[in-house]
Design a protein around this ligand. Structure first.
Ligand SMILES: Cc1cc2nc3c(=O)[nH]c(=O)nc-3n(C[C@H](O)[C@H](O)[C@H](O)COP(=O)(O)OP(=O)(O)OC[C@H]3O[C@@H](n4cnc5c(N)ncnc54)[C@H](O)[C@@H]3O)c2cc1C
Length: 381
């Protein structure tokens, strides 16, 4: 394996053709949408907007037509996602279902699970969250303690998840849970589709640095699940989760989180930037193009059915560095102080993204963990 895995991949013209329609839709739908909300990007929750995208065929669009999808290529989906994020559209409601849960249900789900979930996901009406992390089990995911035991034809779940984005406003969670004891910790794990309206579940939002409530603690207390809540094969949860992570780590959301700030920075600098402003904004533009090309190379691998785990980790690691440097450098390039309330668009977006930036190298796998995966992929450890 080597860095040659990043083969240049152009978006095919038929996928590229979608861009004009998506841009026109967003220009109209978001015409009064404030800059600071655009900075929320894929954390912005708007169920009605998700339904509108579903009606356009832009949620679950790569899923098969018989399940409500559009059988679009991964590149067509890439174009839509890229436009949504570049515009700062509020896509968080359907985000996890579109990116992870839908493809996972398609791959591992039973016919009944596909029927129950996929058409509703594609309509932008069924929202999912991802229950992996637990207290003391984030990077070391195989140490999770939430457990499901069999009782007759039911499963009974006890334990706790944490940092679960959108648990408080999702319909379902796909949770990684321990179902057996094995000598290897990665064995004996299984995944369940948990209906979050069931009794035995308590969801408590956690405020982030900005005061917003995106993620949660989720407690399971003698939660009873039907047998068909299990997704995939009992005991094979680890393999299922690790395959899912390549989808989670390589998309444009992994380098576009601060794009709203690049937009307001360029506006604030105006048409006569000084030498330093020109140089730094030019460097950001060059890095953006490079990251995009790397992310497209990973998309091509996913489309070919490969599992480009370390390549996806490269995109996420470099992407997070890029996203974190934009607020840092923006502060140096303009004398405008960040303002949480009031002030210019740029000052508000700067304040918001300065507060959010530390999380970019934690969510979806920390920097140190990604670099370990990359080193292993390159044969260095
Ligand atoms: C905004 C946000 C949203 C999130 N959403 C979700 C979600 O929806 N679902 C979900 O399941 N989780 C979610 N998470 C949790 C996220 O996946 C974890 O925070 C992450 O995996 C790190 O785990 P931890 O917080 O337990 O930190 P730890 O694993 O305790 O890490 C603490 C520090 O130690 C370092 N470290 C740990 N192990 C090693 C090692 N072996 N070598 C070197 N350094 C190491 C880490 O890099 C880090 O710097 C979210 C997190 C954030 C910030």
């Amino acid at each position: 394996m080597s860095i040659d895995q990043f083969k240049y991949s152009r978006i095919p013209p038929e996928a590229e053709a979608l861009r004009v329609e998506v841009r026109a839709f967003l220009a109209e739908a978001l015409k009064d949408y404030p800059a600071v909300r655009r900075a929320d990007s894929w954390m912005g929750f708007d169920a009605e907007f998700s339904r509108r995208l579903g009606a356009k065929g832009w949620v679950g669009m790569a899923l098969p037509k018989r399940h409500g999808g559009g059988e679009a290529s991964p590149f067509a989906r890439y174009v839509v996602i890229e436009e949504l994020l570049a515009a700062g559209a509020p896509v968080s409601a359907h985000w996890f279902a579109d990116r992870q849960s839908g493809p996972q249900i398609l791959h591992y789900g039973t016919d009944a699970q596909k029927e129950r979930h996929l058409p509703a996901i594609c309509r932008g009406e069924q929202f999912f969250c991802i229950g992996m992390s637990e207290p003391n089990s984030g990077s070391d995911l195989a140490s999770i303690k939430t457990r499901a035991r069999r009782e007759g034809d039911k499963w009974v779940v006890n334990g706790q998840k944490v940092w679960t984005t959108n648990a408080h406003r999702s319909h379902y969670m796909i949770a990684l849970v321990r179902t057996g004891e094995n000598s290897k910790r990665q064995e004996g794990l299984s995944q369940f589709i948990i209906d979050l309206s069931l009794p035995g579940i308590t969801i408590r939002p956690i405020k982030d640095l900005t005061g917003a409530e995106h993620f949660n603690e989720v407690f399971f207390d003698e939660l009873v699940l039907d047998a068909d809540a299990l997704i995939g094969t009992e005991g094979q949860g680890w393999g299922q989760v690790t395959a899912e992570l390549a989808f989670e780590r390589s998309g444009p959301e992994r380098f576009l989180s601060s794009i709203a700030l690049l937009h307001t920075l360029i506006d604030a600098v105006g048409r006569s930037p000084d030498a330093l402003q020109s140089k730094e904004i030019g460097r950001f533009a060059a890095r953006l193009v490079t990251l995009r090309n790397m992310s497209l190379a990973v998309t091509a691998q996913l489309a070919a059915g490969n599992n480009p785990a370390w390549e996806a980790s490269v995109v996420k690691d470099l992407g997070a560095v890029f996203e974190q440097e934009i607020p840092e450098v923006a502060q140096l390039l303009c004398e405008l102080p960040p303002t949480v309330q009031g002030g210019s668009d740029h000052a508000q977006v700067l304040a918001y993204l300065t507060q959010m930036a530390p999380s970019f190298s934690l969510r979806g796998g920390t920097r140190e963990i990604l670099r370990g995966i990359i080193a292993r992929g390159l044969g260095l450890r």
